[in-house]
Design a protein around this ligand. Sequence first.
Ligand code: NAP
Ligand code: F7E
Length: 345
Amino acid sequence: MTKKALITGITGQDGSYLADYLLSLGYEVHGLVRRVALEAPETRFSRITHLLDRVTLHPTSLESYASIFHVFSKHDFDECYHLAAQSFVAESFADGFSTMNMNINGTHYVLAALRELRPRCRFYFAGSSEMFGNVNEVPQNESTSFQPRSPYGISKVAGFHLTRNYREAYGLFCVSGILFNHESPRRGFEFVTRKTTSTVARIKLGLANELRIGNLDAKRDWGHAKDYVRAMHAMLQQAQPDDFVIATGQTHSVREFCEIAFAEVDLDYREFVKVDERYYRPAEVDLLIGDASKARRVLGWEPTYTFRELVKEMVASDLAELRSESAGGDFSRKGAKVQSSTNHV
Ligand code: NAP
Ligand code: F7E
């Protein structure tokens, strides 16, 4: 029988790759989107343009229990991937309240609606290496303690505990993936990798002359989003619910990322990168490196992209995108299947 999956955050980097992956496996894919997104599909749906005619979208507010309840009352999903979140750490310092409200309550509402209406539906929570924060162990695994350094990290720790509590208290199949940084050509422009590769492309084409950036010494375990969405799916196929770290096991500094990205277009990053204090965070996570041996052993999961391949793909994609924009590229609008919700939400 065809499996039916719901993805919150389907318009984001991971949601779009996960939708691609589940469709390739024969799933019926549904997504929750903000109502406002329907007003500007050209920008809001840019990552899912290619699959709009193969998914069903539900305009829903994740800040309203009634709105989420309504979707679950109409549809019996086999799997729910809860990816929607305010995901930019820097923004969480600027507005901790909205990050907390969205990330914690949104997760709680989805879990509560599942418990009430669809207790058989399996649930995935998008946990994060930011939960480890000020790490007391290198590399970090499923037993490493959480010492978050940002409102974003704190909100993810709360979501992680909520997810575990619903599993233990109500017997729901609820799991958290503790995913380390993962990037791609679909990454948001504000994250350091895409900010770098998009600016490298602009510099190469003569449209910019510098990259203003913050802490070059921060180190991250960067993988490719395409690899990481396979792990999300694998977690929901297990006999027992459990949490997993997903990471490459290698760490690189922001400086190394810049060096390789500029070198891809035969430029020396030292000539273009300008450190700007505005991009420093009030509290930094200095070093992240994950130990995904449990995922390798239990899920049979392996990353397929190397760090260099990731950087190369992102630079090439940004160059191609910019060249096509300069040549007058166009957004082709496709019809999405949008299910109307009730008027009161
Ligand atoms: P992303 O590209 O920023 O996508 C976030 C998604 O959440 C978008 O679909 C966005 O919708 C939606 N969203 C944000 N605020 C919302 C709100 N108030 N109401 C409804 N929807 C809202 O993030 P991502 O990189 O795909 O990450 C997916 C999830 O994994 C997030 O929970 C993130 O925190 C977590 N995570 C990411 C990484 C990583 O390295 N990428 C690592 C660990 C965990 P709009 O398009 O309408 O804004
Ligand atoms: O920063 C440093 C910055 O914003 C990476 C999210 O997906 O991964 C992501 O969070 C590092 C930090 O990602 C700039 O200080 C220097 O040390 O790309 P980022 P993040 O904060 O690691 C985790 C796992 C998530 O869960 C999050 O949702 O780069 N950095 N200069 C900079 N960062 C940015 N954004 N911009 C700079 O100019």
